[in-house]
Design a protein around this ligand. Structure first.
Ligand SMILES: [Zn+2]
Length: 519
């Protein structure tokens, strides 16, 4: 009888307090009024001549912005830009979060902790801080006033008390500081909450540790189903822990302790040492051929539970479980309109945004494949910058497709400014609710603004999380969802980065769209 086989590999780990590739990196900002020439060279990355010119000009009178330097000469345009990004001027109104870290260096499960927010400001210091926490359960919010003492110190500590402790696993902290003018500075970090007990094994459907409740999925591959899971060992102890390479795996019908579908042993290629206060990651890819127990359960659309049991070299066992099931699936043509506009990192940012969208949908057991497409600027013509709904409909009429695939067309344009009733403009638009199961006509697609900005190193980038949410929102319309007023829902009329929930009712509606099929 055919049996499930597997392959185990090792996955490189990111730092425990910067666990996601979407996290912000610390930034260094200086105060022009007090920075030395040496500070300016290091902070702004400018040549010595430019730094000494800046110090000389500072002596003549207060410098309020780079505009005060424009007519002075001796500093190149590029260096002016570097100075603008890394230095706060006299009476500068800007507020910058320079770093966010757990105050004790780490967060332990089921224990109180604090998050330290470091900032730089001159004329408009922060008066209020809020932290949104995403973890396996319901997201929650902690808010606090920033005291005069905090402002003098350049940082504020936000305590999480006994009723705000977290279980072991990943947690995302989104920090916003607000100043007296209402302006905000934002920063995001993902921390691995380490087990206090002090060792745990977590299973997830992706190598990038994700928050929320996810299932692993069985993906049909010819006459087989493939199931991949990531294994994360977390160590909350001050000593490294050695774990045996060999592990036991079990597929249970329903939950653990029901009837066993298949089981066996496998191994990781290298000896396992989980560092003190750190993590180790592995990846297991199961292959279940036709006729195997796991294949038959997937084919019968039944849920199973995967259990992984590992053994420390001292003989104690550690285990974790995850539900697995087949998913519903659709396809998306992600088309860069005027692809010459997607500079450098922006192409990779668009891929990362599609991954954010996929994560939003997979949390509801729907996944999608993307076909990355592009239209060059010469052929895109007016569609590079869309200013009206009829222009968007012209784009769908002329460019959706090809007819050889049944994918939803998601066009990403350099700018989108379609006026909406009540003022302002929309960042995204969908042809119809639901969209057609054909590429013909003037309703067959979605379009979204690429949401670009320039990062602190001067590189053009995309707002990955916002764009991922935006694409997800427009795809939701195409799959039949109307707007809702549920807080945190993806389909809020003006949904923001953290509005990513989909309800069970919305899931039931989307899987009835003719372009959604069982995986
Ligand atoms: Zn909408």
């Amino acid at each position: 009888m055919p049996k499930t086989s597997l392959n185990g590999t090792v996955v490189a780990q990111r730092p425990i307090n910067r666990y996601s590739s979407l996290d912000n990196a610390p930034v260094r900002v200086g105060l022009l009024t007090s920075a030395s020439e040496r500070d300016l060279i290091v902070l702004a990355g400018i040549p010595k001549e430019a730094a000494s010119r800046l110090v000389a000009l500072r002596r003549k009178g207060p410098l309020r912005s780079t505009y005060d330097l424009l007519g002075e000469g001796g500093i190149s345009q590029t260096d002016l830009e570097r100075i603008r990004r890394s230095v706060l001027f006299f009476e500068d109104p800007r507020l910058v979060i320079t770093d966010v870290v757990p105050s004790a260096g780490r967060i332990m499960s089921e224990r109180s902790f604090a998050i330290r927010v470091q900032f730089a400001a001159v004329a408009s210091p922060p008066i209020f801080v809020r932290v949104e926490v995403e973890w396996a359960g319901e997201p929650f919010l902690v808010e606090k006033k920033v005291s005069a003492r905090d402002r003098r110190g350049g940082f504020v500590s936000i305590p999480f008390g006994k009723r705000q402790t977290l279980p072991a696993g990943p947690a995302v902290f989104r920090v916003a500081l607000t100043n007296g003018t209402g302006a905000q500075a934002k920063f995001r970090i993902t921390c691995v909450v380490l087990p206090s007990n002090p060792f745990s094994l977590g299973l997830a459907p992706k190598s990038d540790f994700v928050t929320g409740t996810f299932s692993a999925r069985g993906v049909r591959d010819g006459n087989a189903y493939n199931t991949s899971i990531s294994v994360t060992l977390s160590n909350g102890d001050s000593r490294a822990v050695s774990v045996r390479q060999q592990f036991t795996w079990k597929f249970w019908d329903g939950g653990v302790g029901g009837s066993l579908v298949e089981q066996g042993t496998g191994g990781f290629p290298d000896p396992i040492a989980v560092p003190a206060f750190g993590t180790w990651g592995g990846w297991i890819a199961f292959h279940s051929p036709q006729g195997s127990g796991v294949f038959n359960k997937y084919d019968g659309k039944e849920d199973m539970t995967i259990e992984i049991i590992m053994t420390r070299t001292d003989g104690t066992q550690v285990s974790g479980t995850i539900t697995c099931r087949t998913m519903f699936r659709f396809g998306v043509n992600v088309t860069q309109v005027a692809f010459e506009d997607f500079f450098g990192q922006e192409g990779a940012d668009l891929d990362a945004a599609a991954e954010v969208t996929r994560t939003i949908y997979e949390r509801r057991d729907i996944t999608f494949d993307t076909d990355d497409r592009g239209i060059n600027r010469a052929r895109a013509g007016p569609f590079e910058n869309i200013t009206s709904e009829s222009e968007a409909r012209d784009l769908w009429e002329q460019w959706s497709g090809p007819n050889s695939n049944n994918n939803i067309d998601a066009f990403v344009v350099d700018s989108l400014a379609i006026p909406i009733s009540g003022g302002g403009t929309a960042d995204g638009l969908d042809g119809d609710i639901p969209g057609p199961t054909s590429h013909a006509g003037r309703n067959s697609g979605t379009v979204q603004n690429k949401s670009g900005f320039v990062d602190s190193s001067g590189a053009p980038r995309l707002h990955v999380e916002y764009l991922g949410m935006l694409m997800g929102h427009e795809l939701g319309h195409y799959l039949g969802l109307s707007h809702t007023s549920d807080a945190g829902n993806l389909m809020l009329p003006s949904s923001g980065t953290t509005d990513t929930n989909l309800t069970y009712e919305q899931y039931r509606k989307m899987i009835r769209h003719g372009w959604v099929s069982i995986d």
